[in-house]
Design a protein around this ligand. Structure first.
Ligand code: ADP
Length: 272
């Protein structure tokens, strides 16, 4: 092999990897004080891929996505989104701690919807959806409104633009929260048990909205859910977290129909 080939080949392989993988956790550890809650965590999420995180309460699911949202800092290891380190900055090839400016920039790539919808109660639905695109992305009011209407249509609430959150049901408010996140056009959407605080009869409409967005295929998603049927429908891959590490992972069929470990069998047994 010529010297040129030796140099070119590895570089092109690296490029292809970077094009495919959007989110990359490497050897991530998280401890709160002396308590290690995540260890040796490696996760790759490809562009457009939907990952569901399942597992018992306290297994570390929320911490995984809170770190991606830059709400928690890993104790060790690295997290990358679209080739950019979240908590570090490369300066002359060396890793330095990220400053606030860098964190703000990378945070802009990530959208998150929580259990609590957190809409601004004193603002109309439209105003809720255009605040961040205007003030964070610098869009004009018209551009922001155009995006907001498109996203509110997607969640079936375009006719509610002039209403206030208190005039909507919990399910509708959660759908607005999803639209509001999508307006920012994040590279990754994180959903943390978005239906956990809803009355059972409102769960379906919110899951349907997420299913619809997932089906479009463009949005990369990480979802934490206790709804196994939903995970089966939406996810390309399911990660089963137990005691701070990935105990098993695979396609929904692998994980939900053919669990290998006793821990996963026991966990799934609770849903039957
Ligand atoms: P899950 O989402 O799977 O329920 P979490 O990521 O919320 O799990 O929590 C994992 C572990 O980390 C739990 O034992 C929890 O008590 C602990 N933990 C989470 N956040 C904190 C915190 N801010 N301080 C101390 N311990 C925490």
């Amino acid at each position: 092999m010529s010297e040129v080939m030796e140099k070119v080949e590895p570089a092109s392989v690296v490029q292809m990897e970077q094009a495919e993988t959007l989110v990359r956790y490497r050897n991530v550890k998280k401890a709160f004080g002396d308590t290690v809650v995540l260890n040796n965590l490696d996760i790759d999420v490809k562009k457009g891929e939907k990952i569901a995180l399942i597992g018992p309460s306290g297994s570390g699911k929320t911490t995984i996505i809170r770190m991606l949202m830059t709400l928690e800092q890993p104790t060790a290891g690295t997290i990358e989104v679209d080739g950019e380190m979240l908590w570090h900055k490369k300066v002359n090839g060396e890793l330095k701690p990220a400053d606030e400016k860098h964190l703000r920039k990378v945070r802009g790539n990530i959208g998150m919807v929580f259990q609590q919808y957190n809409l601004f109660p004193h603002m109309t639905i439209m105003k809720n959806c255009i605040e961040a695109p205007i003030h964070v992305l610098g869009l004009s009011k018209d551009e922001a409104k155009e995006r907001a209407v498109a996203m509110l249509e997607k969640v079936g609430l375009a006719d509610k633009v002039d209403m206030y959150p208190s005039q909507l049901s919990g399910g509708q408010q959660q759908r607005v929260a999803i639209a509001r996140s999508l307006v920012m056009q994040p590279k990754v959407m994180l959903f943390d048990e978005v239906t956990a605080a809803l009355d059972p009869e409102l769960v379906g409409e919110v899951l349907q909205v997420i299913r619809d967005i997932a089906e479009e295929g463009k949005t990369t998603m990480m979802l934490i859910t206790h709804e196994m049927d939903f995970a089966r429908d939406v996810a390309d891959r399911i990660l089963f977290l137990d005691k701070g590490s990935i105990a098993e992972q695979g396609t929904p069929d692998d994980v939900l129909n053919h669990p290998k470990t006793e821990r996963l069998k026991t966990f799934l047994g609770r849903f039957h």
